[in-house]
Design a protein around this ligand. Sequence first.
Ligand code: CA
Length: 240
Amino acid sequence: MEQLVIVVEDEEALGLMLKYNLEKAGYAVRIVTNGNKALAEVEQHLPSLVLLDWMLPEISGLEIAKLIRSKPDIKDIPIIMLTAKGEEEDKIKGLSAGADDYVTKPFSIPELMARVKAQLRRAPEKQTASELKFEDIRIDLVEKKVFRGENYIHLGPTEFRLLKLLMETPGKVFSREFLLKNAWGSNIYVESRTVDVHIRRLRSALNEFGPDYIRTVRATGYSIDKAFADSDTAKDEEKE
Ligand code: CA
């Protein structure tokens, strides 16, 4: 799949030149000319990299970089600042606002491409659809295997589906009805207490190698949640 680069640049000619060269190098490109729209574009399209002009009308690239770094979903996306300013002080400002690299205009295209490539190599591996992770628990969705740290955890198919549902949205409390419908299918008749039996099995398999992250919410359902495991009510709720 092509990696997406979002270019935030108000100078149209420069934006188009960057788009042309990035596409030639094999990236997908979106240009944003309005700084006020940059954050929303990044949040919506989750690019692999943002090329961010410093001098933009209304909101500066510096402010946009700070905003990107403040949002948990997008804070790890690499940012390269583009600027006409060459002062060392500005470079430091840019980097402390959250930029990963800094390119001074006018720059050569081969140099910029080398910087882009270097950032994309360094970027942390994104969670792909082939894997789910929560703390030290990892589900390999291709092999359908579960690991805790280095330990392989054998789960029955129902426990596997339950864990997958919980790990798709950590912190969210799922009702027994939802879990039943999604882990067993709507055409199968199962009592809602059956969910508890399978959650108990899932817990005991996982907890062999670490703390209990599965939270029982009385009269509601279950979630996977780390904050909960740190509190001392974990043990009380476990005994239903
Ligand atoms: Ca500009």
